[in-house]
Ligand binder design. Structure first.
Ligand SMILES: NC(=O)CC[C@H](N)C(=O)O
Length: 426
C-alpha cells in the first residue's frame, strides 16, 4: 500500500472506528430552523402560507429538533444515520437494511423527482423514518408517478423536513450514531421522548426476521435492456440460491443479467435443503441490524462453507466474516452514501462505491488464509474478503448500486467465474 494511503488511514481510523460512549445529557436543548420570511406584523390576521412545525425529533443526547411532518403521523423510535447520496432517495427508502433506522439525507433538496414503481428495492419501506432539510414543493421527472409525501403516507412511514440536517450530521460525526424518537404527538413531553430514546437500542436485536421473505421463490426480472451494461453475451445459466436477509432487488437483477437462475430463500432456510437443490453458488444478501445478533444465520453460512462457491454482500459479508472465525464491531457512524472510495487490492484500482452499513468485520480477528481484498479509503476499514481455499468472496458495500456508482458491478462477473471454475473441476 502506498505511504500516502497508509498515513491517511492511520490518521482517520482512530477517529471513525472508535466505539461510542453513551452521550451525557446535561439539559434538553431545543433547535428549530428559522423561517426565511416573516409575517410577524400580520400574525393573527392572515393565515401563514407555510406549515408551522408540528413534529419533534428528540435525540438521546438531549437535543430536541423542531420540524414539520410529512408522511405518516405518530411516534417512532430508531437510530439516526446520515446518507450522503445526492440522488436515489426511493432506493434508499426501500432498502430493507435501514430497518430500525431514521435516514437523514445530507442533500438538502429531496422529493423533486417524486417516486415511481420501477425504482423499488424491496416490497415495502422498512426504515423508521426520513429526515430532510427541504421538501420539494413540486415533482419534475418523466418517470414520476407519485409525490414523495403521498408515497410515505401510503406506506405509513414518518418523514420530517425543515430540520437543520447539517447540524445533526455534524453531531453524528462527532458523537457517533444516536438513537432518536420522532413524534407528531403534542401530548408527549420532551423528557418522555428522551427517556424513550435512551431506553431503546439497536445493538443485539435480530432485525432480519422482520424483513426476510416467508417462502422460497424464483426471481425472474433482469436489468432493463435499455440500461444494462457489462454483461453482454453471457448465456450460460448458473443456479444461485440467494439467502434473503433483506435482499435488494438490484442484486437479483444484476445476477440475473449476468446469467444466473435464482431461487430466493428465507433467512432461516436450512443449509441441508440448499445443498439438496444442488446450486452452483450461494449468495448471502445485505440486511438490517447487528450481524452478531443473528447466530442462526452465521451457523447456516458455516454449514455451506467449502461445499459451494459463496458470495456475501454487506450483511452477507459480515456473516461470512463471523463464519470464518472473525468478529464484527459497531462503527462510530458507519458508511451510508454513494461516494465511498474503496481500494480493490486484487485489481489494484480505486472504485467509488455505494455503501450502507454501521458494522464492519475486524480484519485482525480473521484466521490465516482469509484475505482482505478491498479497503475503504476513508477510514481503512475492511471492505471485502476472500478465502480462495473455500471459494468464498464478499464485499462490505453494494456492487449493485441502486442508488450509486456502478464501478464495482464487475464483481458479479467474478462470482460467475468462480462458479464456472468450480463447476468445471467437478
Ligand atoms: N446493508 C447492509 O447489509 C447492512 C449490514 C448491517 N446491518 C450494518 O449496518 O452494518
Amino acid at each position: 500500500m502506498e505511504l500516502a494511503i497508509k498515513n491517511r488511514i492511520a490518521l482517520t481510523t482512530q477517529n471513525f472506528l472508535t466505539p461510542k460512549p453513551k452521550p451525557k445529557v446535561k439539559s434538553l436543548r431545543v433547535f428549530s430552523v428559522k423561517c426565511t420570511a416573516s409575517l410577524s406584523s400580520l400574525d393573527g390576521v392572515v393565515e401563514r402560507p407555510w406549515k408551522t412545525s408540528d413534529a419533534r425529533l428528540v435525540l438521546e443526547d438531549g437535543s430536541v429538533w423542531r420540524a414539520k411532518s410529512f408522511g405518516a403521523r405518530g411516534t417512532q423510535v430508531g437510530e439516526v444515520v446520515f446518507n450522503t447520496s445526492l440522488t436515489g432517495y426511493q432506493e434508499i427508502l426501500t432498502d430493507p437494511s435501514y430497518a430500525g433506522q431514521f435516514v437523514l439525507m445530507t442533500n438538502p433538496h429531496i422529493g423533486n423527482t417524486g417516486v415511481n414503481f420501477d425504482d423499488e428495492e424491496s416490497r415495502q419501506c422498512f426504515l423508521a423514518g426520513l429526515v430532510i432539510r427541504s421538501l420539494s414543493i413540486s415533482t419534475s421527472n418523466w418517470r414520476c408517478t407519485k409525490a414523495l409525501g403521498d408515497y410515505l403516507l401510503e406506506r405509513n412511514i414518518m418523514g420530517i423536513y425543515d430540520v437543520d440536517t447539517r447540524a445533526i450530521t455534524r453531531r453524528l460525526r462527532q458523537d457517533g450514531s444516536l438513537v432518536g424518537v420522532l413524534t407528531t404527538e403534542e401530548s408527549k413531553t420532551d423528557e418522555e421522548l428522551l427517556e424513550m430514546s435512551r431506553s431503546w437500542d439497536i445493538v443485539g436485536i435480530d432485525l432480519i426476521s422482520g424483513v426476510t421473505c416467508t417462502a422460497p421463490y424464483e426471481w425472474v426480472d433482469k436489468t432493463d435492456p435499455e440500461w444494462d451494461f457489462n454483461c453482454e453475451g453471457r448465456g450460460e445459466i448458473y443456479h444461485v440460491i440467494a439467502y434473503d436477509f433483506g435482499i435488494k432487488h438490484n442484486i437479483l437483477r444484476r445476477l440475473s443479467s449476468y446469467g444466473c437462475k435464482i431461487t430466493v430463500v428465507p433467512s432461516s432456510w436450512p443449509a441441508s435443503e440448499t445443498l439438496k437443490m444442488k446450486p452452483d453458488g450461494v449468495l448471502f444478501s445485505n440486511g438490517p441490524g447487528d450481524p452478531s445478533a443473528v447466530p442462526c444465520a452465521v451457523k447456516t453460512v458455516k454449514e455451506l462453507l467449502g461445499k459451494v462457491p459463496v458470495f456475501g454482500i454487506c450483511m452477507g459479508h459480515q456473516l461470512l466474516g463471523q463464519a470464518l472465525g472473525g468478529k464484527t464491531f459497531k462503527m462510530k457512524f458507519g458508511h451510508h452514501g454513494g461516494n465511498h472510495p474503496v481500494r480493490n487490492l486484487v485489481a489494484n484500482r480505486v472504485e467509488i462505491s455505494a455503501q450502507n452499513h454501521n458494522y464492519a468485520v475486524d480484519p485482525a480477528s480473521l484466521p490465516k488464509g482469509v484475505e482482505v481484498t478491498h479497503i475503504n479509503l476513508n477510514d481503512g476499514s475492511c471492505a471485502g474478503l476472500a478465502f480462495p481455499a473455500l471459494n468464498v468472496m464478499s464485499l462490505q458495500y453494494h456492487p449493485e448500486a441502486s442508488p450509486g456508482p456502478h464501478d464495482s458491478d464487475s464483481v458479479f462477473g467474478e462470482f460467475i467465474e468462480l462458479m464456472k471454475k468450480v463447476k468445471q473441476k467437478a
